[in-house]
Design a protein around this ligand. Sequence first.
Ligand code: ZN
Length: 123
Amino acid sequence: MSEETTGKAPETGVAQPATTGSEPAAAGARSGGRPGAGGGGRPGGGAGGRGKFFRRKKVCKFCTEKIDAIPYRDVRLLQGFVAERGKIVPRRLTGVCTTHQRRLTRAIKQARNIALLPFATRH
Ligand SMILES: [Zn+2]
């Protein structure tokens, strides 16, 4: 009787030798919870902030309309190029070409003079 039955032999673990990924169903159920891990479909939505504010034609208005001599009497026309304070709007904003801008400033000044000093003051 040399057999020793103490401890009952550790047979645990041998009963189920098929633990090497033989059951993909269980593993798949776990990681399969989230199908699309890569959400968010924004491919660089950072649009430039500039240029959107003032979108006037970048072409000279007088050139497009073929206005050679700017009518200084046309106040409405001139007012489009004069700020509220009476400042002449810079070319950057209006998009007027240099030559027309010059004529425009002239016309505006002339209009100013006329507006400020209408003809002759009556005595
Ligand atoms: Zn022009």
